[in-house]
Design a protein around this ligand. Structure first.
Ligand SMILES: Cc1ncc(COP(=O)(O)O)c(C=O)c1O
Ligand SMILES: [Zn+2]
Length: 373
């Protein structure tokens, strides 16, 4: 491993939230060597200033494309379908590569640059791959992106146009991960997997800081989003925790998870369903993750925050994609409209009351996916 550049904070370590083991920062260490759980970043000291803690020294060390500070709009045209007066949408697709991934990628690639990494390997359903491709291009790092050959063409195109080397793999999403990890072993490159990288979560943490800064009247009582590996979900929770510690906010929102009915390991975990289920196919490709590596932590966050995990059918996901586009001018991918399908379910089930405030993350842009409607 090359020498640690001065841009990486000296007071950080990596730690395991499951067994408490801690390790020096390293781009190659992605799981606890004691128990195998993925790791998180720990800061020696968290200041009480309202700024976010980041693992690099200064903002100048950030490889940035202007990510974050996405707009929040009030959803006032959901009518009888969602009879809830206080629904806000945070338009994550307005990030530079069209999805929420960019804050996480900016941080992960800044750290990679700090470690003088020359080649980085990522596997993705498409959005993380295109985000990593863009930021690596800017950082002068060669990106090797492993994607399913069935990924939507616009995402495959985006990866190539940014200049990354796209490795298209036939088969399941798990086969894509296996191919990436074999390639890492063979070449000795760094595996910058967004689903495992602790630094990626330090970037998505900014989502929470932005919510606290938005002038919404009060902090939303509920946050809801599509969750596959949980890189926004966990990052947002880390951010809210930091904000509570710093005294910026007083209460943790309830953090809800939405998954597709065809691939719902987190919903099964939440409801205690331990039966092995066949994995199906869904239009929500971004959350088609059968075995999320951080599911233990996601389960803990659901419990701690009082969140729910809801499964929604493809038919309803596509209906919501249409409602959002035709009545609200929001063109998001089906993975993202699933969050509104989940919200409808949670309101109908009485888990979210009509008078409560909700913020929905609209995670990815419609033009990046195939058209199913
Ligand atoms: C548009 C979109 N939304 C949500 C997600 C889920 O993100 P995560 O797997 O980090 O939970 C993805 C992941 O690829 C995505 O592309
Ligand atoms: Zn451990």
């Amino acid at each position: 491993m090359s020498e640690v550049s001065t841009s990486i904070r000296k007071d950080i370590s990596l730690y395991c939230s499951s067994c408490g083991a801690s390790f020096p920062p390293d781009m190659r260490l992605l799981a606890c060597t004691v128990c195998g759980e993925p790791l998180l970043v720990k800061y020696g000291e968290i200041s009480t200033n309202p700024h976010m803690e980041i693992p690099v020294y200064s903002c100048n060390a950030l490889v940035s494309l202007g990510e974050g500070n996405t707009p929040v709009i009030k959803m006032d045209k959901l009518g009888s379908r969602l009879p809830c007066g206080n629904i806000f949408a945070k338009l994550e697709f307005m990030n530079p590569t069209g999805s929420f991934k960019d804050r996480g990628t900016a941080m992960m690639i800044s750290v990679a640059k700090g470690f003088n990494i020359a080649n980085l390997v990522e596997d993705s359903s498409g959005n993380a791959g295109s985000s990593v491709a863009a930021y690596c291009g800017k950082a002068g790092i060669t990106a090797h992106i492993f994607v399913p050959s069935s990924a939507p063409q616009p995402k495959l195109d985006q990866i190539s146009v940014y200049g990354a080397i796209a490795h298209k793999i036939e088969g399941t999403r798990e086969m894509v991960t296996d191919a990436a990890s074999d390639f890492v072993d063979e070449k000795g490159y760094v595996y910058g997997a967004h689903k495992l990288s602790p630094y990626f979560l330090e970037g998505t943490k900014a989502f929470a800081y932005e919510i606290a800064r938005h002038n919404l009247g009060e902090m939303p009582e509920h946050i809801i989003m599509p969750v596959g590996n949980g890189s926004l979900y966990i990052g947002a929770w880390l951010g809210f925790k930091e904000l509570i510690f710093k005294g910026v906010i007083s209460k943790m929102p309830k953090m809800h998870v939405v998954q597709a009915s065809a691939v719902k390991p987190l919903v099964n975990l939440f409801s205690g369903n331990r039966k092995e289920e066949p994995i199906g196919i869904t239009v929500a490709g971004g959350i088609s993750v059968s075995n999320p590596p951080r599911s233990k932590l996601i389960g803990e966050i659901l419990l701690e925050t009082g969140g729910h995990a809801a499964a929604v059918d493809d038919e309803v996901i596509l209906e919501w994609q249409k409602i959002l586009a035709q009545e609200n001018g929001i063109y998001c991918e089906p993975t993202s409209s699933s969050a509104f399908a989940g919200l409808e379910y949670l309101i109908r089930d009485g888990i979210i009351a009509k008078k409560e405030s909700v913020l929905v993350a609209v995670t990815g842009f419609g033009l990046k996916d195939n058209l199913y409607i």
